[in-house]
Design a protein around this ligand. Sequence first.
Ligand code: G1P
Length: 293
Amino acid sequence: MASPKPVRKAVFPVAGMGTRFLPATKAVPKEMLPVVDKPVVQYAVEEAKEAGIEQFIFVTGRGKHIIEDHFDHAYELESLLSAQEKNRELDSLLEGLPVSGSVSFTRQQKPLGLGHAVWCARHLVGDEPFAVLLPDDLLIGVPGALAQMIEAYHKVGGGVIIAAEEKSQEETRRYGVVAPGKTSGNITEVKGVVEKPEPKDAPSRLCVIGRYILQPEIFGELDRLEKGAGGEIQLTDSMAKLIGRMPFHAVKTSCERYDCGDKVGFLQANIAVGLKRPDIAPALKAILKGIEY
Ligand code: G1P
């Protein structure tokens, strides 16, 4: 088996309006809302970096320029912290920073769906495999979710890999849902995938979560700009068209997933990540114990 082409690029669709978090997201992009002390989008970038990604491609929209600022140097702040010898704070700024020339931004221009957002990155991705990370899905674990998927990608010899999780029958209406084939360990063959089915029509309870490794052939499908579930151009529909043309697998990672696109999921993420942080956990535990509900 020839070894598959390495995955060097990652696309971060960050153009969503964040209407579920209004008024917080009136002037602040939802991807910049913090989980403890880091914006949600930074977790996804760190996960990608850890997995060996070298190029970070953001598909943004109007009002999202502070994401661009966040992944750039803040010289005044850095020199102030340096002069004050606040090294810990300074390190926290520098650690998350991708190297110069490794970050690019393009705009989706129209809110036509996830498939359209990924299609907008086609010229930046070019003719090679790439990852897609939806920052709303915060995945916490060691190794990170994308690193586990890349390991699976090499194990099965390439093709398309998605992260997946079992959900309740009722919840399948909120996800892409897999028609599963054979399973070996944490890797399941994908025979079909359908976006947001009615629970009674769901082919299984194995749902797609926001991490993908895709091949450039996906752009040939996305080029058709066909609308699917909810009248949007769905990534799921174009992935489904690749079935039979290349290997397609779902990976259950060992990571915990928090849905930061949802208010309760976002609060859960803050508490869960806070409880894993040695600097915060003791005080947070004490407060949580004292809360009556
Ligand atoms: C998107 C995808 C869906 C996937 C989900 C995971 O949906 O279209 O297939 O299951 O992300 O979070 P969205 O949540 O953007 O509606």
